[in-house]
Design a protein around this ligand. Structure first.
Ligand SMILES: Cc1ncc(COP(=O)(O)O)c(C=O)c1O
Length: 498
């Protein structure tokens, strides 16, 4: 006798379970759902015989058809099995732990059951991955950080290029693309970086990412093991902390002053850190440009310690009052720098395209990390972007935006001088799409940003960018997406909140 036959023999004949059909939806679905739950909760045991369709239909006072439909479904899903001559039984292969305690037998939705069971275990590092609450986003008004002038984007041109590629899509655009990105786009990016940012890169060193946050994640996965130390700027970019936390690396807070990251302090705190994350062109959030002396000191430390430098060059296309400062990567003679760039600020953030410039010997590690994370970036936007750059629209757009942002920045500085002359001290306005304004002692920036959000002004508080005990309070004001008239009005409203 096989185990199944034995189980069938032992099973009770055909007791009709108490089934209450009170839910909504077709009867066969309700019945199937009742049996699934009863089997999952151990109320019906493996091998136990279930009533015949005729008996069950009679007991429930319904036609036989829905019962037949439910049994068929359960047989197909493997909850039931039938043997010629011995009827239909709960499948013997279902694991059995005995009936669940009575408390759990009460039928309830999985959501209610999850809520009742208390906190359920997730990875411990998730807490470190969470970004600070973004209360300032409750307002969609001026001065949202990181948003470019979307109404000045050449949508017509972009749509035309998009249409061109969407209409003539070949099968090569529908299969998995190269993990490192669309080769012609990589060549165009390498050329752009060499010309504009003095970055040394061949096209084969470019890895197209889904934005710079993704680039930081790839760096963390390729370069760090859990427990490794990594220098981060204090105050700094919360996204960098998130990327480090995702791999279990430990941030070492290195203070920032008017010359950028204080490298000597980093050496004192963690001389053998595996990696340093820096924003040398326009420190986020205080806006300093890293001095030449600090750049050289950082590169020398990395060479000495055998460590890596991740250079996040997120908004360096826009620099006012002086020529663009060459990237740190261009100074690096020991291939220690991984350069991170993005199209979020120069085009639009939802595009989710950016790039890494990877030292050649690290390419296999970066390829493996990227492949493990998400295989490759979507193909269609990469092709469109390639044409956008090659046909000159990219360079033209940046030129136009540089003038527009310069005017908006000047308008914001003037409005602050006019309405808040003794309250806000502007720092870090030399580049990018945002400036930071320090508040007088005693003013709580988080509370102020919440008040401002209620008044329709979105200002990001500075203090949550600090992870240590000592915090300065201030406001980060993005002016990229705000017209000059709105800048005046919004600063006036902000002044009232103060
Ligand atoms: C310093 C810094 N790095 C990276 C990013 C993220 O850019 P992306 O949209 O490419 O992920 C931002 C966004 O504001 C940023 O401020």
């Amino acid at each position: 006798m096989t185990t199944r036959q034995a189980a069938t023999k032992r099973a009770s004949a055909s007791l009709v379970p108490a089934i209450a059909l009170e839910g909504s939806g077709p009867i066969y679905q309700q019945l199937a759902e009742w049996f699934r739950r009863a089997i999952a909760e151990g109320r019906l045991r493996p091998g136990q015989r279930v009533p015949s369709t005729r008996a069950l239909a009679g007991e429930l006072g319904v036609s036989r058809l829905p019962v037949l439909g439910a049994y068929e479904q359960l047989l197909a899903e493997g909850y039931l099995e039938s043997f010629t001559g011995s009827g239909t039984c709960v499948a013997a292969a279902i694991p059995h732990e005995g009936p669940a305690p009575p408390r759990r037998r009460v039928q309830r939705s999985p959501t209610a059951a999850a809520a009742a069971s208390g906190p359920r275990r997730v990875a411990a590092r998730v807490a470190a991955m969470a970004s600070p609450p973004q209360t300032w986003l409750e307002s969609q008004g001026a001065f949202r950080v990181g948003v470019p002038a979307l109404d000045h984007f050449p949508h017509g041109t972009w749509s035309r290029l998009l249409g061109r590629h969407a209409r003539h899509v070949g099968t090569d655009a529908l299969v998995y693309g190269d993990t490192l990105g669309h080769a012609p786009l990589r060549a165009a990016i390498a050329e752009y970086l060499a010309t504009v940012r003095a970055v040394h890169a061949d096209a084969d060193q470019i890895l197209v990412t889904s934005g710079s946050q993704h680039g930081l994640q790839i760096c963390a996965h390729a370069l760090l093991d859990p427990g490794d130390h990594a220098w981060v700027e204090e105050p700094g970019y919360p996204g960098a902390h998130q990327a480090l936390a995702a791999v279990g690396a430990l941030p070492v807070l290195v203070p920032v002053d008017a010359d950028g990251m204080d490298v000597a302090a980093g050496v004192r705190r963690a001389p053998a850190a595996r990696l340093a994350y820096v924003t040398p062109s326009h420190q986020f959030p205080l806006g300093a440009t890293m001095s030449a002396a600090r750049r050289i000191e950082l590169l020398q430390w990395a060479t000495r310690a055998g460590s890596w430098i991740v250079e996040d060059d997120y908004d360096s296309e826009y620099r006012y009052g002086s020529k663009p400062i060459a990237a740190l990567q261009g100074l690096d003679a020991d291939a220690r720098v991984i350069y991170v760039g993005t199209f979020s600020k120069v085009l639009f953030p939802a595009l989710r395209l950016g790039y890494l410039v990877v030292p050649k010997d690290l390419l296999p590690a970066f390829r493996a990390a990227r492949d493990a994370l998400d295989t490759c970036s979507p193909m269609l936007p990469q092709r469109v972007l390639h044409d956008f750059i090659r046909e000159g629209h990219f360079a033209r757009h940046i030129r136009r935006m540089r003038m527009l942002y310069a005017a908006r920045r000047a308008a914001l500085q003037a409005a602050i001088r006019r309405h808040l002359p003794d309250t806000l001290q502007v720092v870090g306005a030399e580049a990018g799409l945002q400036l930071t304004a320090l508040l007088p002692p005693g003013v709580d920036d988080v509370a102020l940003s919440q008040r401002a959000a209620r008044a329709g002004v979105s200002v990001r508080p500075l203090s949550p960018c600090y992870r240590g005990e000592t915090k300065r309070h201030g406001l980060i004001l993005g002016y990229g997406s705000v017209g000059e008239r709105s800048i005046q009005e919004s600063v006036r409203r902000l002044a009232r909140c103060l």
